[in-house]
Ligand binder design. Structure first.
Ligand SMILES: Cc1cc2nc3c(=O)[nH]c(=O)nc-3n(C[C@H](O)[C@H](O)[C@H](O)COP(=O)(O)OP(=O)(O)OC[C@H]3O[C@@H](n4cnc5c(N)ncnc54)[C@H](O)[C@@H]3O)c2cc1C
Length: 396
């Protein structure tokens, strides 16, 4: 059975499956799509700015190729927009990237190791009960087929994937609490400064920071970024983003509720059963909102105000049952994270992506979710862009 047939059968049956294990043991090496082999003509040092999906996959590949590198991260943790909620429920929760928006064999590709025994349970995300909240009414809908090509981790998360399979290989190479504020590429070496005056130096640098960090000129480049690149960066949309998880003592909600008319109106505000397909005993309803309207949750003065806003919305949709059955909650406001500042890139003109991705003097390179030609805005797209940038850096 080919990988494609296997995945097709799983999706048709809609069953939960230990996917990765099966992929790695029942498929031959040839039909798993690993990254191409690249000759590494590079003996210098690379610094990666940012320890999100792009930076971590870039580090993973450099580690495999035995190339000297360091990752410099602004915050106190790795993962960036991939983040976990520790011990909130009886199943693991992703506060950022959660769905696998592509063929799950991407996990094997990101590991880039045909000998890996990684065993990761994947479930198809095929919600059975779906409602739409529109014009003050909750209506049932049958739009399940729209979600058929999406997947989730069953007993881990995107964060858990990096935590278990990627970061342990080079954890000592990540420097935390070190926001880079200057990148000087005038000399033979690239020199970097952090906000405490600390200095770093490398032969090549890979910048993986989110678009708003570039838009705000938080990092001073010397020579300055070309005006064309600045214009391209400023053209990229980056709407507000939030996720919230609320535990209830009763389950009163469907698998999925599109709020504000949801996708049908072009918005992206969903209430979903976070434990769907995960053998969860606790009742956890999650909010995902990334749209031009998301500021109504993210721009309030405190997480408490945001929580009250969400609860009043849920009480309106579900006739007061939210307040009645409430147990506890957790909120992740991505717009207020100082080194993220929103959700993910939205392009009006994909030509801007090519301009953003152009390296500076073959010394400073760029990667991240904004730089994947077909899968921008995703965890795996960010990871693949990190890989692609490493290929350019070490083979040129
Ligand atoms: C609410 C929400 C839900 C999402 N859901 C999904 C989903 O279900 N599935 C999916 O595939 N994707 C999802 N995404 C998108 C996905 O999470 C991102 O596309 C991906 O994680 C981005 O990875 P990255 O490496 O490009 O950037 P990031 O993860 O943002 O990493 C960049 C890193 O750079 C650091 N940094 C910033 N400035 C500096 C500096 N000056 N110096 C040093 N370090 C710096 C940051 O702290 C951060 O760690 C979601 C995103 C959000 C916000």
């Amino acid at each position: 059975m080919t990988r494609k047939d296997f995945i097709k059968n799983i999706a048709t049956l809609g069953i939960a499956t230990p996917f990765m294990a099966s992929l790695l043991t029942s498929c031959t090496k040839e039909n798993i799509e690993f990254f191409e082999e690249v000759p590494a003509n590079f003996n210098g040092k690379i610094i990666i700015v940012g320890a999100g999906a792009a930076g971590l996959i870039a580090g993973h590949i450099l580690q495999q190729k035995n190339i000297d590198f360091q990752i410099i991260e602004a915050s106190s943790i790795y993962g960036g927009r991939v983040k976990k909620a520790a011990d909130f429920a009886d199943f693991p929760i992703d506060l950022g990237g959660e769905w696998i928006h592509t063929n799950p064999s991407i996990l094997a590709k990101l590991l880039n190791d045909s000998t890996s025994q990684a065993d990761i349970d994947i479930i198809p995300y095929n919600p059975k009960t779906i409602s739409v909240w529109k014009d003050g009414k909750l209506r049932k809908r049958n739009v399940a087929s729209h979600f058929y090509s999406e997947y989730k981790f069953k007993s881990t998360t995107w964060y858990g994937f990096f935590e278990k399979h990627i970061v342990p290989n080079f954890s000592e190479k990540i420097i935390y609490n070190s926001p880079i504020t200057e990148i000087d590429y005038t000399g033979d070496k690239v020199t970097l400064k952090n906000n405490q005056g600390g200095n770093f130096s490398a032969d090549k640098v890979l910048v993986t920071v989110p678009v708003p960090i570039l838009q705000s000129n938080y990092i001073q480049f010397n020579p300055p970024l070309p005006s064309e690149k600045i214009a391209a960066v400023n053209n990229i949309g980056f709407p507000d983003g939030i996720k919230a998880f609320i535990e209830f003592s009763e389950r009163f909600y469907p698998d999925l509720t599109f709020a504000d008319g949801g996708l049908i109106n072009g918005g992206d505000t969903l209430y979903y059963d976070a434990g769907f397909g995960k053998d969860a005993k606790s009742n956890v309803l999650a909010l995902f909102s990334v749209s031009e309207e998301t500021g109504k949750y993210t721009n309030l003065e405190s997480d408490t105000a945001t929580f009250e806003k969400i609860m009043s919305e849920l009480d309106e949709i579900f006739d007061g049952q939210a307040t009645k059955y409430y147990k506890k909650h957790i909120i992740q406001n991505w717009s207020k994270e100082p080194f993220i500042r929103g959700s993910y890139s939205h392009y009006d003109n994909y030509g801007d992506m090519d301009i953003l991705g152009e390296p500076l003097d073959n010394k400073v390179f760029f990667a991240g979710e904004a730089l994947h030609p077909t899968d921008s805005s995703t965890v795996h797209g960010a990871g693949e862009s990190g890989y692609d940038a490493v290929v350019s850096m070490i083979s040129g």
